[in-house]
Design a protein around this ligand. Structure first.
Ligand SMILES: [Fe+2]
Length: 490
């Protein structure tokens, strides 16, 4: 009989739960998909009951060390939070009584990346806001051994700084960082680059050395920074400078790794690994790069179990969530795309991670100028936020130049922006999802059928969600989407 292990990341933000049968992950989902509460920090009974279909867990692995976290919070002036951080009591409140094992926050990140890569050796870089104390760690992976080589601690945190800048431009910190990244394309990075760099980053330790010190503790934000900058264009320029400074910092770290660490393979993890614009430059330093499809704290639900097991499990297939059991509706989708140009799909296992990759997607014909407004009417998003294309892998180089993969983790330059304005950002780039069929045959067949009908090998792909809510999970959620927006979902 298989042993059941649960990995849990919760009680902070973006809670998630993963189920392992022996060494195989059979289910993983963000908590929000079951509760309907976006970025839900906590577990819920619907998620737990779904996970229980694989049986009661014999062991639970928790993604960080609560005592250390409590000490840091006390040290940071956030009070003594013993009750809030009592994980065993927290889990019991959801009926989870299995023995609990604790793994370090950055160890969970590093393990999620390294053990889901196909590398026999790698340099693993984890950058986030904060774990217990750590904010930037560098690891050396050799075989199944993962060893920490460098650690930087709170309050010096690249992630906290990026979140503070997110708040400074009027967005929600810890949620809207990706919107700041999108805003950057509308700003002039040169106008405020040196101001941002000089005011926040201690460059004396920053050259070719991984240390990135902050000149101030950004845990409480930086709303007081440069009160003279108030206009909409100022916000775009701050975003552009922030993105450029982040890229500069990332370059310094990765260049140091390339020089001083032995491996030719790079794994990048932590919430900052979601910065697809900056990620594209990683290939200047490394030929082989792996970013787990869910590199933030939610991905640590898998990472903490892997840190405990210390074993490679092969490249992670991100279709691990709630399962809608019916054939992928290729003919219906193509028909609806030809008729109305836009259609929803909720089919198979939901994506584990922030991106819709074809199983919980709103799809559209990417050709022509009109479709962008049509999709925007439904999504009600800011004008600077582009949509992304999914494309048959073998055509990707005909349409785009630059790094691309199956998980939309990099940006590439579109060769025909005037033909496909809906899927090209203001800076001429697109966050491309290439489709090989290796891990999702349904999406592959859809694109093949679409190409056969139209001669166009790509579709616009954005997440299927009602504004302000998480991605559609169940068929009932899909019906709610149709009722609200009048878009058919198959
Ligand atoms: Fe983290």
């Amino acid at each position: 009989m298989s042993s059941v292990t649960w990995g849990i990341s919760a009680n902070s933000h973006d809670a998630a739960l993963a189920v392992f049968l022996d060494d195989t992950v059979v289910f993983a989902s963000h908590s929000e998909r079951f509760s309907g509460v976006k970025n839900d920090a906590h577990l819920n009974q619907a998620l737990i009951e779904y996970a229980l279909q694989w049986g009661q867990p014999q062991e639970v692995v928790w993604y960080e060390k609560p005592l250390k976290k409590t000490l840091r919070q006390f040290w940071a002036g956030q009070g003594l939070r013993f009750t809030e951080n009592n994980v065993r009591v927290y889990l019991r409140s959801y009926g989870i009584t299995a023995p609990v094992r604790f793994v370090g926050h950055h160890h969970s990140h590093a393990a999620a990346g390294y053990y889901t890569s196909n590398f026999d050796d790698a340099t693993v870089v984890c950058i986030d806001s904060i774990g217990e104390f750590e904010t930037l760690t560098i690891w050396e992976g050799t075989g199944d051994l993962l060893t920490q080589r460098y650690s930087q601690g709170y309050p010096h945190s690249i992630g906290l700084w990026y979140s503070a800048m997110t708040q400074r431009v009027g967005l929600k910190p810890n949620e809207d960082e990706y919107i700041l990244m999108g805003m950057a394309a509308y700003g002039d990075p040169n106008r405020l680059f040196l101001d941002v760099l000089d005011d926040f980053i201690d460059t004396t330790g920053c050259g070719y050395c991984p240390t990135t010190k902050m000149k101030r503790n950004l845990h409480k934000g930086c709303l007081d920074w440069r009160p003279d900058l108030t206009t909409e264009q100022d916000m775009y320029d701050i975003a552009a400078a922030t993105q450029q400074v982040y890229t500069y910092i990332l370059h310094n770290i990765v260049a140091w790794c390339q020089t001083y660490m032995p491996s030719k393979n790079l794994v990048l993890m932590g919430g900052c690994a979601l910065n697809c614009s900056a990620n594209s430059d990683l290939y200047r330093f490394y030929d082989n790069v792996w970013i787990m499809p869910n590199p933030g704290d939610a991905g640590s639900a898998i990472g903490c179990v892997l840190a405990h097991k210390q074993k490679h499990i092969g490249t992670l297939n991100p279709y691990l969530g709630y399962f809608i059991n019916k054939p992928y509706p290729v003919d219906e989708l193509v028909q609806e795309l030809k008729t109305s140009g836009i259609v929803g799909v909720a089919n198979g296992a939901a994506e584990y991670g922030p991106r819709a990759l074809g199983n919980r997607s709103l799809l559209a014909d990417p050709r022509g100028a009109a479709i962008k407004d049509k999709v925007n009417d439904i999504k009600q998003r800011q004008r600077f936020r582009p949509f992304a294309p999914m494309i048959l892998e073998e055509f990707a180089d005909d349409y785009f130049t630059g790094p691309m993969n199956h998980y939309m983790q990099f940006t590439a330059t579109c060769k025909y922006p005037e033909k496909y304005p809906a899927i090209v950002h203001a800076d001429g780039t697109s966050r491309v999802q290439t489709v090989s069929g290796k891990n999702n045959i349904g999406v592959r067949q859809l694109l093949e059928a679409w190409y056969e009908e139209t001669g166009c090998p790509m579709l616009l792909n954005t997440s299927l969600n009602i504004k302000g809510k998480p991605m559609v999970n169940t068929e009932a959620d899909a019906q709610e989407f149709t009722n609200k927006y009048g878009v058919v979902v198959y």
